[in-house]
Design a protein around this ligand. Structure first.
Ligand code: HAM
Length: 440
C-alpha cells in the first residue's frame, strides 16, 4: 500500500478546519493592518534561497529539497556533476516564504522608489529536509507576513504586536507564551561583531565540537544555537550582539522596546537569539509556547539588506512566520481547542416515496441557494436512521417531508435538541430556518 512521505501530513477533517480557521484569523487581523495576500510558487530557483537565506546556513546547505526533472537527473548522473546546469535549471522547493516574496517584489517592482510600502501575507506549505519528529516536519505550513519599504522601529513593534494578537485570537493567553527579542546589528556593525565571535570560538576551539569549529569561519553566530551543552556553556561568555551595536542600531533597538512597552507587550531580551537565516539585520524575535516542548511557534525580524541581495534597490523589510502544525500541538498541550466549531447544518429527512424524494431535492436547492448548509439522505435510509445521521452531522434543525405534507405544501421542522416540531409552509421555510438557526 502506498504511504505518504515521512514527515508529511494529510490535511483533512478537524485538522483542515484548524488550518482554515488560522488562515481566517490571519486574513481578518492582517487585513486590518493593511496586508494583502500573496502566493508565490513552491518551486524557486536555488539562487533565490542562496542569495537570501545564505549559502552557509543549515537550511540551504542541508535541508533544502532540490528538484530535478528525470532528464536533468540523467544528464547529471552521466556527467557526474550539476555544475553545467544553468541557474534556471537549478530548482528547489521553498524552505521558507521570505526569499520568494522578496524575489517577487523585485521582479514585479512592488515598491517603486518613493512609493508606499508593500504589505503582504501568505499561508503556504514549506519544505525542509529535516529529520522528522514531533513538531518538525518535512512539509509544514506557515502563515507569514512581509512588510517591504518600512525602516521605522515602530514597524518592528507593530509587527510584533500583530503577531502576539494573532496568538491571542487563536486562544493563547499571555502567560502561555514567551516572546524573546534581540538586535543583531546591521552591515555597519555586524561584520566586526561576527569577527569577534569567530575569534572567541577559535580561542576555545579545542573545547568545542567539530561543527562549531567549522562554524567559526562559515557562520560563527550559529554556535550560540549548538545542540551540544558544553558548547553552549562556553558560548555563554562569548561577546553578545547588543553590546556590539553601532549607535544607529542601538537607538533602533531602544525605540522598538519603547513601543513594545507602550503597547504593554511582554518580552524577554535574549542577547544570544541569532535565528537560522542569514538575512536578518537589527531586530529579531521568536515566540515559544511555554511547557509545550516543541521549539518556536513563530519567529521573524528585520532584513534591510535582502532586497539588494535578491537584485533589487536597497529597501528595508521585515516580517515573521508562524508554524501551523506546531501551533496546533501547542494549543492541544494547553487544552485549548484548535479546531473551531463546525458550521451548523440543516438536515432534510423524508418518508419513503418518490414524491417525497423529489420534494427533498427541491427543498435542498432552495435552502442552499439561500446560503444554508443543508444535508440530506441519498441512500434510502429509514426515517429513524436519517435522524441518527442528522445527529452525527450535528444538525440543529431537521426538515421532515412526508406525503401528506407534500400534498399540503408544508413541512415539519424539528428542533434536534428539544425535539419540538413546527409546521411551516414551504414558501416561509427559508425565512423560518434563517431566523431559527441563529437561535438554536
Ligand atoms: P523560521 O523561524 O525558520 O522563520 O520558521 C518560522 C516558523 O515555522 C517556526 O517558528 C516554526 O513554528 C515553523 N517551522 C520551521 N521549521 C519547521 C519544521 N521543519 N516543521 C514544522 N514547523 C516548522 C522563517 O521561516 C522566516 N521566513 C520568518 C520570517 C518572515 N522572517 C521574516 N519574515
Amino acid at each position: 500500500m502506498a504511504q505518504r512521505v515521512q514527515g508529511t501530513e494529510d490535511l483533512f477533517g478537524d485538522y483542515m478546519r484548524a488550518w482554515q480557521r488560522m488562515s481566517d484569523i490571519a486574513r481578518d487581523l492582517f487585513g486590518a493592518y493593511g496586508f494583502d495576500m500573496i502566493e508565490t510558487p513552491a518551486l524557486e530557483q536555488v539562487d533565490t534561497f542562496v542569495h537570501g537565506i545564505g549559502e552557509s546556513t543549515d537550511v540551504v546547505r542541508k535541508e533544502m529539497f532540490r528538484v530535478f526533472s528525470g532528464a536533468l537527473l540523467e544528464g547529471m548522473l552521466e556527467k557526474g556533476t550539476e555544475k553545467y546546469l544553468k541557474p534556471r535549471q537549478r530548482m528547489a522547493m521553498r524552505p521558507e516564504g521570505t526569499a520568494g516574496v522578496v524575489r517577487a517584489a523585485v521582479e514585479h517592482n512592488f515598491v517603486p522608489q518613493g512609493a508606499a510600502p508593500a504589505k503582504l501575507w501568505y499561508a503556504e506549505a514549506m519544505f525542509r529536509g529535516e529529520r522528522p519528529q514531533k513538531g518538525r516536519l518535512r512539509q509544514f505550513h506557515q502563515i507569514g507576513v512581509e512588510w517591504l519599504g518600512a525602516s521605522d522601529p515602530a514597524a518592528d513593534a507593530e509587527c510584533i504586536i500583530m503577531l502576539m494578537e494573532f496568538y491571542k485570537r487563536l486562544g493563547f493567553s499571555d502567560s502561555d507564551l514567551k516572546l524573546s527579542i534581540n538586535s543583531m546589528g546591521d552591515a555597519a556593525c555586524r561584520p566586526a561583531y561576527r569577527n569577534k565571535v569567530r575569534d572567541f570560538i577559535l580561542d576555545h576551539a579545542d573545547e568545542m565540537c567539530e561543527e562549531c569549529r567549522e562554524r567559526a569561519e562559515l557562520n560563527p553566530l550559529r554556535a550560540f544555537d549548538c545542540k551540544n551543552d558544553h558548547c553552549r556553556e562556553i558560548m555563554a561568555s562569548a561577546p553578545l550582539a547588543p553590546d556590539n551595536l553601532c549607535d544607529e542600531c542601538a537607538a533602533h533597538y531602544d525605540a522598538v522596546k519603547k513601543y513594545l512597552d507602550a503597547a504593554g507587550v511582554a518580552y524577554v531580551e535574549d542577547p544570544t537569539l541569532v535565528r537560522g537565516l542569514d538575512y536578518y539585520t537589527r531586530t529579531v524575535f521568536e515566540v515559544e509556547a511555554l511547557g509545550a516542548g516543541i521549539g518556536s511557534i513563530g519567529g521573524g525580524g528585520r532584513y534591510d539588506g535582502l532586497m539588494e541581495l535578491e537584485g533589487g534597490r536597497p529597501t528595508p523589510g521585515l516580517g515573521f512566520a508562524v508554524g501551523f502544525e506546531r501551533i496546533v500541538l501547542a494549543l492541544q498541550a494547553k487544552g485549548i481547542d484548535p479546531y473551531g466549531e463546525k458550521s451548523s447544518c440543516v438536515y432534510v429527512a423524508h418518508t419513503p416515496g418518490v414524491t417525497e424524494r423529489d420534494a427533498v431535492f427541491d427543498i435542498c436547492l432552495m435552502l442552499r441557494n439561500a446560503g444554508i448548509h443543508t444535508e440530506a439522505d441519498y441512500q434510502g435510509r429509514s426515517l429513524k436512521s436519517q435522524f441518527k445521521q442528522a445527529d452525527r452531522l450535528a444538525a440543529k434543525l431537521c426538515v421532515v417531508v412526508g406525503a401528506e405534507e407534500v400534498a399540503e405544501g408544508v413541512v415539519t421542522v424539528r428542533n434536534m435538541a428539544t425535539h419540538e416540531q413546527t409546521r411551516v409552509s414551504k414558501d416561509e421555510l427559508v425565512n423560518y430556518i434563517l431566523t431559527n438557526l441563529a437561535e438554536v
